[in-house]
Write a protein that binds this ligand. Structure first.
Ligand SMILES: Nc1ncnc2c1ncn2[C@@H]1O[C@H](COP(=O)(O)OP(=O)(O)OP(=O)(O)O)[C@@H](O)[C@H]1O
Length: 263
């Protein structure tokens, strides 16, 4: 099995994804007016903004849930037009939604291979290769240092943090290029949040690019390299996280601090 680190071998440019001047309206609501975001390979970029600023819509345009009305998206310098999440997945983009998309009554290994089941045999004699999937599931979780009792346990019996970690590990395994996370620790306690943040750091250590929607400025300071701030459908600022305080970020979100023209 190819490891996550090996997948990242073909480095062509430091910018993995570059979206420029995206717009998107839902009838009378202009959710994106002029949104641009650049994701550097192997970095964690946090997408910040108040409720309704357009973060989810931007992410949905990047991942093929909604096509943008105008603007361009390039991956590795090549323009892409995703018309479905499956198309973005084929380009190596995986999203961890807040709902996690795990099936509670299935064991962990089966959740890791959901809709991507491994089979053995040929033609009409194909059967699920359960042993191989169990072995690979154990290897995937071990590589990312995710601790669960057993891959044969059903997801229903896992804690919130374990469930989140399984969903992230699945995304990291299948997402050759980019893992998008929508508030991954919103429902978690302090210890579980720390475990998920450590997992995000391990993804970055393995060269995986992460785009993270977060409302938690302390978390952004802990785990992100770059912050991109949205206001009213427009990306208004891009900052190296090491150069700004949590208060600076809050000021950019609320508009108390001016953004950058054309950010
Ligand atoms: N499918 C949709 N149909 C109609 N309007 C929508 C749709 N999706 C988003 N909007 C509107 O677009 C605007 C931006 O919403 P969006 O969910 O992208 O913001 P957000 O920054 O992700 O907010 P939150 O932090 O609350 O999730 C809002 O006014 C929202 O009501």
């Amino acid at each position: 099995m190819e490891t996550i680190a090996e997948k990242q071998g073909s480095k062509t440019t430091d910018v993995l994804l570059d979206a420029q001047h995206l717009t998107k309206s839902f009838d009378a609501v202009q959710a994106l007016r002029d949104a641009s975001i650049r994701l550097e390979r192997g970095r964690v970029t946090a997408l910040l903004g108040d409720n309704g600023a357009g973060k989810s819509t931007l992410v949905r345009c990047l991942t093929g849930v909604h096509p943008a009305d105008s603007g361009t998206i390039t991956i590795d310098g090549v323009e892409v037009h995703f018309s479905s999440p499956d198309e973005s997945r084929r380009s190596g983009i995986e999203t961890v939604y807040q709902t996690l998309s795990l099936i509670d009554d299935l064991p962990v290994w089966q959740n890791l291979f959901l809709r991507r089941e491994l089979t053995k045999g040929v033609g009409p004699f194909q059967v699920l290769d359960k042993r191989e999937m169990r072995d690979q599931a154990t290897a995937i979780l071990t590589e990312l240092d995710v601790h669960i009792p057993s891959v044969t346990t059903t997801v229903r019996r896992m804690s919130g943090g374990q469930r989140q970690s399984i969903a992230i590990a699945r995304a990291a395994h299948w997402g050759r290029q980019l893992v998008v996370m929508d508030e991954p620790t919103a429902a978690l306690g302090v210890r579980e949040t720390a475990a998920v943040e450590a997992l995000v750091a391990r993804l970055r250590d393995r060269g995986i690019t992460v785009l993270l929607i977060s409302h938690d400025m302390a978390q952004v300071k802990r785990i992100a390299d770059t912050a991109v701030v949205m206001r009213r459908g427009t990306t208004v600022a891009r900052r190296a996280v090491s150069d700004v305080s949590s208060d600076d970020l809050v000021g950019l979100i609320t508009g108390a601090q001016p953004g950058d023209a054309g950010a």
